[in-house]
Design a protein around this ligand. Structure first.
Ligand code: MN
Ligand code: MN
Length: 282
């Protein structure tokens, strides 16, 4: 049979109707505080994904055996942050309404707010697990309340206290960490304490957001705000596999910026993280 030449992420060429998992790109980087470029992540990942296998020796599962629909990239209103977030929310809501699981490829981390708005609408008792180098808990960044430096504070506005669990955090200003102590669970530097959190969140609906800069820059240099002292790929994978034992109702990976990735290694890592994530949440 002849097929149209439409590039999807590796092995994710199933029809919408038959798929429980829906991946889509949110190529937005307008509020990036340092070096932009994450808008190119999803496109680059689709083409570079053909350099990795569909089979995971870690999980003994294969992307060819599961049904994933790749919805391509959303056309977002650059220059209008609120509208771009509304467009992400609208798409995620449609996916959820069809009882499918949205898995978004950022974009900068702010795109997570759009997706979580839709997921929290469907699951009011939503809990969020965040893997990140940065706390992202500022109330505003240079006066702007919608920013990738404020995204988790905005998520807290929606969900309230004791719903957000951060791991790997090693950057933020003092006031973010102080504010966080009263409102969110923060584990600095690594994944210590994850097991207890997983026990605590049994049966709850959980959104997993992976800011790929949680990885050490030696593993993942291709990002706008690299932060030394991060986790290894294997540590991230093990944490991800633990978290996906929970009731995951939405997920994303974000902050790959291919233009700072001269060797292509960061994109290859991001593709592998996405492969493992899809296989784990399916
Ligand atoms: Mn972040
Ligand atoms: Mn970050």
């Amino acid at each position: 049979m002849l097929n149209k030449n439409i590039e999807t992420f590796l092995g994710c060429d199933n029809d919408y109707e038959e798929s429980r998992l829906v991946i889509f790109g949110a190529p937005f980087d307008s509020t990036t505080s340092f070096r932009p470029g994450t808008r190119f992540a999803s496109k680059t990942m689709r083409s570079e994904s053909f350099g990795i296998e569909t089979y995971s020796p870690y999980q003994d599962k294969d992307l060819e055996d599961i049904a994933v629909f790749d919805g391509g990239d959303l056309e977002l209103s650059f220059g209008n942050t609120a509208k771009a977030l509304a467009q992400i929310e609208e798409f995620a809501a449609k996916v959820l309404e069809d009882n499918k699981l949205p898995c978004m490829i950022g974009g900068e981390h702010l795109v997570t707010l759009g997706a979580i708005r839709a997921v929290a609408e469907k699951y009011p008792d939503l809990h969020v697990i965040q893997f990140d180098a940065h706390a992202d808990l500022r109330d505003d960044y240079l006066g702007e309340t919608l920013s990738h430096a404020t995204v988790i504070h905005r998520v807290w506005d929606l969900l309230g206290d004791d719903k957000i669990f951060q791991f790997g955090i090693r950057s933020g200003d003092r006031s973010e960490f102080q504010w966080g102590q009263d409102h969110v669970y923060t584990n600095k530097f690594n994944f210590n304490g994850l097991e207890q959190v997983i026990e605590q969140l049994q049966g709850k609906p959980v959104y997993l957001t992976i800011d790929l800069d949680v990885l050490d820059p030696s593993v993942f240099p291709g990002t706008g705000t690299p932060e030394a002292g991060g986790v290894t790929f294997i540590e991230l994978l093990q944490a991800m596999l633990q978290v996906t034992e929970l009731n995951i109702v939405g997920c994303d990976i974000n902050e790959l910026s291919p233009i700072y990735d001269q060797s292509g290694v960061s994109t290859a890592v991001a593709c592998k993280v996405l492969r493992e994530l899809l296989l784990a949440v399916n």
